[in-house]
Design a protein. Structure first.
Length: 302
């Protein structure tokens, strides 16, 4: 059982219990395709109540693979996670799961709690004494975003990313007193388009519907410069590139983003996240000195 820098099928997360009979230090989650699909459905379901001040979370009947304690003389949870992390992707063999120490008492009433802001935790109780076993709270959106960054780009991945990112910005658009619906932003990438000069245009849609940006034949570096310059591109002279393959940042791409009016304040943040999904190999850092802004592009795994 080892920590993995890349997403795997398994996540180790810190856990605890109120039991005097058992010791619990961590739980293990199985992140299967079915789990991802179901979790996204649940995020969409609870997002419909984002504007409801009287609702804190939804409770779903679900459970991790199990709650465990460290074997004698070993601290698996410390070895598999970093100092400030509450969870981590891990490599795991099924034989290793069978060798872990489990609670002596039977657990039931397994619950998966998800708040309106995408914060989640698992919880369960012992059958008779009602002692509590639970994981720490974790950012469900952050976990899924990491998964999406490492998935092959497919139509399903695009839809999942759109749902996930929309949820994180509170995208409820009230249609009437009786009915409201989730209003999604829309984005897309494509390659070089002949017949167009390099450039971009930002416009406010008619009727206060929202905001759109269209970028044609810009390099990947220039796309990042627009997003992190909030519409005023950071000049090439203030971009520091420290990557193994800098030529990839000069690939020509086209991009379009439409954001509905109720998300316009997050316009360039959404663009940054779109770029993060499309180009997961890069890490962007902004540094400011005096009145100058610098953008540093490095490889994600450095």
């Amino acid at each position: 059982m080892k920590r993995s820098k890349k997403p795997t099928e398994y996540v180790m997360i810190k856990a605890s219990t109120t039991s005097n009979e058992d010791t619990v230090e961590f739980a293990i989650l199985h992140i299967s395709p079915k789990w991802i699909e179901l979790t996204l459905q649940r995020l969409v379901a609870i997002s419909e109540f984002k504007a409801n001040m009287g609702l804190n979370h939804h409770c779903f009947w679900d459970e991790p693979i199990g709650y465990y304690s460290n074997p004698a003389g070993k601290d698996l949870s410390k070895r598999s996670s970093e100092k400030h992390d509450d969870w981590a992707f891990i490599t795991l063999d099924l034989e290793e799961i069978d060798a872990l120490s489990v609670p002596k008492t039977s657990l039931n009433a397994h619950q998966f709690m998800i708040t309106k802001d995408g914060i989640a935790h698992y919880k369960a109780y012992t059958k008779y004494s009602k002692e509590r076993f639970e994981t720490v709270q974790f950012n469900l959106l952050k976990l899924i975003t990491k998964l999406l960054k490492n998935m092959k780009k497919t139509r399903l991945t695009f839809l999942m990313a759109t749902i996930c990112l929309n949820f994180s910005y509170g995208q409820m658009n009230e249609k009437s007193e009786k009915q409201s619906q989730l209003q999604l932003f829309q984005y897309g990438f494509s390659g070089f388009k002949s017949g167009y000069k390099p450039g971009f245009k930002v416009k406010n849609e008619v009727g206060n519907r929202g905001k759109t940006i269209i970028v044609r034949n810009y390099t990947v570096e220039q796309l990042f410069a627009i997003a992190y310059g909030a519409g005023s591109p950071i000049s090439h002279e203030r971009v520091i590139i420290d990557v193994v393959e800098p030529k990839k940042l000069q690939e020509i791409r086209c991009y379009k983003l439409f954001v509905p009016q109720n998300q316009v304040t997050n316009f360039y943040t959404i663009m940054q996240q779109n770029l993060g999904m499309e180009f997961p190999d890069y890490k962007i850092t902004i540094e400011r000195t005096d009145d100058k802004t610098f953008m540093i592009i490095t490889d994600e795994d450095t």
